[in-house]
Ligand binder design. Structure first.
Ligand code: ATP
Ligand code: F1X
Length: 309
């Protein structure tokens, strides 16, 4: 089983509008898609769509939290959340007439010390039934910046695999525990290493540096250019064919989901790269966040170029 951790759950609303976003204007929404969000719940949905068993964990609270549990149940995704006194947040993604995305991300309601300790206790028990863990996104107020380091240490002590996909201080602290895999984009890697990254060579060198620091697999996501993978098997780029992207929100999460599925199925890093590029590119073809159509992924898979560097 794959377990996903989403400490900062949200109800995501994708607003489709037939104009451009301008401040000071009243904008009527044409259609609205509502999904269980926070990066880790997008990961959970995509893992389920790939056909693997998944358990979603983290914190939920109040009416919005209950709605998230409901949305997951409708998608037949198992969950075991710690219930908080604070209300779960909302995140809004406005997609304009040209599919340009503008996101508003609310902060998460505070998590108390008691709620955190309960999560750690329950997670320790869940780990015994889990092969792969994904940790994604921001953290709510009330948790220390080393929370992911603590969780990764727990996973690694039990000999399981763990993917960390976050940014800023959480990523800086988290990599001290050497997760099995990280998936920064180029900006996240710049902030992590404190260097400017301006070209392909600098992306490759930065990824190699992170791999050498003890992270088994470093995947750098490159948007429409696919992703770069550094592991002990070598350095590879997975390049998707050119597609007409509709909504790229959740592409990074889809990539993490597909790598978790690859770990669960025992794929090699390069096999996982090809699979993950096809699933994440297929996500860009659907308007719903963290979702893909299998036929799209199959078609894209056939046209992916794997380039050895
Ligand atoms: N326009 C696109 N065309 C084809 N594939 C895409 C496109 N955008 C994203 N992808 C696929 O999705 C993956 C992740 O996208 P991206 O690089 O935007 O991730 P990210 O910046 O980490 O995203 P996020 O903010 O969702 O975490 C890419 O590596 C690629 O495989
Ligand atoms: O606050 P987090 O969890 O870091 O990010 C939340 C979020 O922006 O990430 C997802 C896209 O990756 C969206 O579905 C969601 O709204």
């Amino acid at each position: 089983m794959i377990t996903t951790i989403t400490l900062n759950v949200s109800v995501d609303k994708a607003y489709h509008i037939n104009e451009t976003v301008e401040s000071g204007k009243v904008i009527r929404v044409a259609t609205c898609n509502m999904t269980a969000g926070g990066k880790g719940l997008n990961v959970s949905r995509v893992i389920k769509m790939c056909g693997e068993d998944v358990l979603a964990t983290g914190f939920v609270g109040g009416h919005t939290g209950a709605l998230v549990e409901d949305l997951l149940q409708k998608d037949e995704i198992k969950s075991k959340f710690v219930h908080t006194k604070g209300e779960t947040r909302n995140c809004i993604n406005i997609l304009d007439q040209d599919n340009v995305s503008t996101e508003f991300l609310e902060p998460g309601a505070p998590v108390s010390e008691e709620e955190k300790n309960l999560f750690i206790k329950e997670f320790d028990e869940i780990l015994d039934k889990t092969n792969v863990v994904t940790i994604s996104g921001s953290s709510p107020q009330g948790l220390d910046k080393d929370i992911y380091r603590v969780l990764i240490d727990m996973v690694k002590k039990k000999g399981k695999k763990v993917i960390l996909d976050t940014s800023g201080e959480l990523l800086k602290e988290g990599i001290k525990a050497c997760p099995t895999m990280i998936k920064p984009n180029s900006e996240e890697m710049e902030s992590l290493l404190g260097v400017g990254i301006n070209n392909r060579e600098e992306i490759i060198n930065s990824a190699i540096k992170l791999h050498k620091s003890g992270i088994e697999i470093v995947v750098v996501s490159l948007g429409g250019e696919g992703a770069l993978l550094v592991s002990e098997d070598g350095i590879y780029q997975g390049k998707p064919p050119k597609i007409e992207a509709v909504n790229t929100v959740g592409c990074g999460d889809s990539m993490v989901a597909a790598f978790a599925v690859g770990f669960e199925r025992g794929y090699s890093p390069v096999e996982s790269l090809k699979y993950a590029v096809s699933v994440s590119a297929a996500n860009a073809l659907t308007s719903s966040t963290g979702s893909f159509i299998k036929e799209d992924a199959y078609k894209i898979f056939e046209d992916i170029k794997i380039i050895k560097i």
